[in-house]
Design a protein around this ligand. Structure first.
Ligand code: PMT
Length: 424
């Protein structure tokens, strides 16, 4: 049996940067050296940093130093056959949560403002569907030049976020505005970006407890009873709630999934372990039971592997597992304000789910059809179709990815806390 106090993931990490992906475009300015320290600091925070180095940038830092620090290949050439084969420039521009140009030279800003795409950096900037942030760095006169101001206005109108340059001694010997922001300021701006995605989220700082995945109920040291849950729906929900600023504890049965960024994961195996881990994680503002918990477990777990006995199949005696959802709902002192269950049904989906909500005492229930169709079930699949049942309303969400379902549910939960935040 798993020890619930042991966590297989390094203990983490309600760090907003943990696991986020940055595409860093290093422009050709003397301040490019600051990117080396920036990458180091971001890597310490477990951010993934991938670099594009411009021709100008290469005059100031080497691809080797960038790749040594980032632990990733550095991309330089739009027409490189190997680069294109490994990672096309479109993919490179999209496999990021944020694109940062630092230092952003006057030339790079002009190209961005006029939509030029004559090298890998500018092509990626034009092709990306991700938010872009620039940290300008140049001589004061260049920074104040009307052409640069026009380009800056255009970029702001295009939605590019600006990290203002600092003032002081410049590399050219002049004094004034134009210095690349210092590394802590660059990091603060990156953090600010991730925190501000849902600036009005009522979930910021709220503690949400989620169960996910299957449980395994051992029969003997090598065999167990389990089910087909992959954990995908619960993990997607954990990620969607972190995006809105919640602190998420994910109590997870055995899955192959990586821990979502910023989530604290507690690994468990059996239903009893899961209940103990959930109770240890309280208090929580909300609890969402997505796990497919085994309703029964073998009455006894044999100490040694059960041996075959001439034609006589062993008889399995089962006993009921604790109901985690029901137990959380019935906690007299620290019942989370909002408790949500999931109902895995194969027939009369809505009717059974409504009855289950009342029986278990949860506030909302999310019903999904887990019957096997065309050799596939919602358990383990990437898609889902659900009915959200609350005491007042019901919402039917058509088939979409589990990530989408998770985001829609996270929005409803956010809305719930928004409406109830002044009622305490
Ligand atoms: O993991 P995936 O592959 O992504 O699949 C997602 C899912 C289909 C597992 C998920 O969307 C889902 O339906 N989860 C609930 C599975 C389930 O056990 O449903 P149930 O109807 O048997 O249980 C109702 C509720 O009680 C659930 O919230 C369940 O977590 C909870 N429960 C059940 C038994 C038990 N002993 N303790 C519980 O807490």
């Amino acid at each position: 049996m798993a020890d619930i106090s042991s966590e297989t993931q390094p203990v983490p990490q309600h760090d907003i940067l943990h696991g986020k992906r940055l595409l860093l475009i290093v422009g050709g300015g003397i301040a490019a050296y600051k990117c080396l320290d920036l990458i180091r600091r971001l890597k310490e925070r477990h951010m993934q940093v991938r670099c594009i180095l411009t021709k100008g940038g290469r005059q100031f830092v080497t691809p080797l130093s960038l790749s040594s620090l980032s632990g990733e290949k550095v991309y330089e050439d739009l027409f490189s056959l190997t680069d294109e084969a490994e990672m096309g420039h479109i993919r490179l521009s999209r496999e990021a949560d944020l694109v940062l140009v630092a230092p952003a030279t006057a030339d790079l800003m002009a190209k961005m403002a006029t939509g030029q795409a004559d090298d890998l950096a500018t092509t990626a900037l034009l092709a990306t569907d991700k938010p872009v942030m620039i940290a300008p760095s140049m001589n004061t006169m260049m920074w104040q030049h009307p052409a640069t101001r026009r380009n800056l206005d255009t970029l702001i109108r295009d939605g590019v976020r600006i990290i203002d340059p600092g003032a002081g001694d410049l590399a050219c010997g002049e004094v004034g505005a134009g210095r690349l922001a210092e590394v802590p300021d660059l990091i603060a701006a990156i953090e600010g970006f991730f925190l501000d995605r849902f600036p009005h989220s009522a979930l910021r700082g709220k503690h949400v407890l989620i169960t996910a995945g299957p449980t395994r109920e051992p029969l003997d040291p090598v065999r167990y009873i389990a089910n087909r849950s992959s954990g995908k729906q619960g993990y997607a929900l954990a990620a969607a709630l972190v995006e809105r600023g919640a602190k998420v504890t994910l109590v997870s049965g055995p899955t192959d999934l990586p821990c979502p960024a910023g989530v604290r994961r507690v690994d468990v195996e059996t239903a009893r372990d899961m209940l103990a881990a959930c109770e240890a994680a309280l208090p929580a503002d909300a609890a969402i039971c997505v796990a497919a918990v085994a309703d029964w477990r073998p009455e006894d777990c044999a100490g040694n592997k059960i041996k075959k006995q001439d034609g006589a199949a062993p008889v399995l005696r089962l006993t009921e597992n604790p109901d985690i959802l029901k137990t959380l709902c019935a906690r007299p002192k620290d019942r989370p304000a909002l408790v949500i269950g999931f109902a895995a049904e194969t027939e009369k989906i809505a009717e059974h789910a409504r009855a289950k909500r009342l029986r278990k005492g949860c506030d909302w229930i999310v019903a999904n059809d887990v019957s096997f169709t065309d050799g596939q079930s919602v358990m383990g699949a990437d898609h889902n179709r659900v009915l959200l049942i609350t005491p007042e309303e019901e919402f039917s969400w058509p088939e979409t990815s589990k990530t989408d379902i998770a985001r829609q549910l996270a929005e409803k939960i956010d809305h719930y806390f928004m409406q109830n935040q002044n009622k305490d």
